[in-house]
Design a protein around this ligand. Structure first.
Ligand SMILES: Nc1nc2c(ncn2[C@@H]2O[C@H](COP(=O)(O)OP(=O)(O)OP(=O)(O)O)[C@@H](O)[C@H]2O)c(=O)[nH]1
Ligand SMILES: [Mg+2]
Length: 367
């Protein structure tokens, strides 16, 4: 394992560990990584880079879908996690949302990383439609919290990753495989750089305030391959998901020795025009690897919607509007005929000062 890298790949929960194994076998070389799970079975292949979360609390049996148990287990094991973090500056956390561990432990791990100044990017799947409401509830409940805690978050619905599969078994396999293949390409950009580099520190700076993201990869070949790559990316369901304007794009072009400058230009211009409205931060890196990409042109595109700082301000704005609205509703319920019922509340320390103290503090007055 490459211990001196400042970039660490962390797989959380059953699906997260499976994805990391998929990335390792595709990458083929040394890659700094860690598998974490509440289920001892994820470490069964004797990987030294395995951390069992909450061993005393859960006895290595997993959480049975309980997010709270996973959060507590991750908190119990925080100091053990530290043993794997020496020198790490950027962590890529992969998980499947929907169960207990991938959802709950990911949240706590990302918060813990932040206390060490480690920038985190979470790449997680959200459940297939057929998985049932319980798993969707788990996923929805935690996704916003993970987005708040991580520097950048890319959530990919499994339905988008394995949309073309009819059979359930194939869909399950293809879903995680597709994300692992995409993440491997991304890793190659940093670890096996070509003529235009994307080093870990540059990536860290871009990810630091990136916010919500989307992610897609394509591979084409033959004449017009660059144009076709752009067309396929424009049609990609995982990129069509966004709701806001794209603010920054990280684009990787992976090819053999026949990569032409004009092709790089076609891909860069095509993505900037299609997704960034021509004006967004754009970072491009290439990998030239004749053995792996002979005759192919693969493009990995990562797009982020808004700087985290700005998102936070927007969130703060809507949060204070919500708080004010809730205070007004509370006041109407407490003192329905008050002359203040329809005026703006005076909020101090989250308390509505227009409501008498004995009502705010639930004190019963005795006459
Ligand atoms: N495509 C695919 N998705 C999977 C697979 N295993 C899990 N997932 C996805 O990941 C989500 C979480 O499942 P797991 O990773 O098994 O759950 P966990 O994080 O280990 O959580 P607990 O076992 O409940 O503590 C599921 O709801 C699925 O959406 C798999 O083999 N293939
Ligand atoms: Mg599990």
């Amino acid at each position: 394992m490459k211990r001196d890298s400042t970039m660490l790949l962390i797989g959380v929960g059953g699906a997260g560990c499976t994805m990391v194994r998929g990335i390792l076998s595709r990458f083929g070389g040394e890659l700094r990584h860690l598998l974490v799970d509440t289920d001892a079975a994820s470490g069964d292949d004797g990987q030294p880079e395995f951390l069992l979360l909450g061993a005393e609390r859960l006895s290595g049996r997993g959480t049975g879908g309980e997010i709270v148990s996973a959060r507590l287990a991750a908190e119990d094991s925080a100091s053990k996690l530290d043993e794997f973090l020496a020198g790490v500056r950027l962590a890529v956390v992969v998980a499947g949302l929907g169960g207990g561990t991938g959802s709950g432990a990911t949240l706590e791990i990302v918060k813990h990383l932040a206390t060490h100044g480690i920038v985190s990017i979470v790449m997680a799947t959200t459940p297939f439609a057929f998985e049932g409401e319980g798993r969707h509830r788990n996923s929805r409940g935690v996704a916003a919290m993970i987005s708040d805690a991580a520097n950048a978050t890319i959530l990919v619905p499994l339905d988008h990753l394995a949309g073309g599969c009819d059979e359930m078994a194939a869909a399950m396999r293809v879903g995680l495989d597709t994300l692992a293949a995409a993440a491997t390409m991304f890793w190659r950009l940093v670890e096996t750089p070509g003529y235009i580099r994307l080093d870990a520190e540059r990536l860290r700076r871009m990810v630091q305030s990136a916010g919500r993201g989307r992610f897609a990869t394509v591979c084409t070949g033959g004449p017009g391959r660059a144009e076709r790559a752009v067309e396929e990316l424009v049609r990609s369901p995982t990129l069509a998901d966004g709701t806001n304007q794209v603010r920054s794009i990280i684009c990787g072009v992976l090819a053999g020795d026949d990569l032409r400058l004009a092709e790089i230009g076609t891909v860069a211009d095509g993505l900037k025009t299609a997704f960034g409205g021509g004006k967004c931060d754009f970072e491009l890196a290439t990998v030239n690897d004749e053995q792996t990409f002979r005759g192919k042109l693969c493009v990995v595109a990562l797009m982020f919607e808004a700087p985290a700082q700005q998102q936070t301000q927007e969130k703060e704005g809507s949060r204070s509007t919500r708080k004010r609205k809730a205070a007004e509703d509370r006041r109407r319920a407490l003192i329905p005929n008050s002359p203040f019922s329809n005026s703006a509340p005076t909020i101090w320390n989250d308390e509505d000062l227009d409501v008498p103290t004995y009502l705010r503090q639930n004190i019963t007055l005795e006459f």
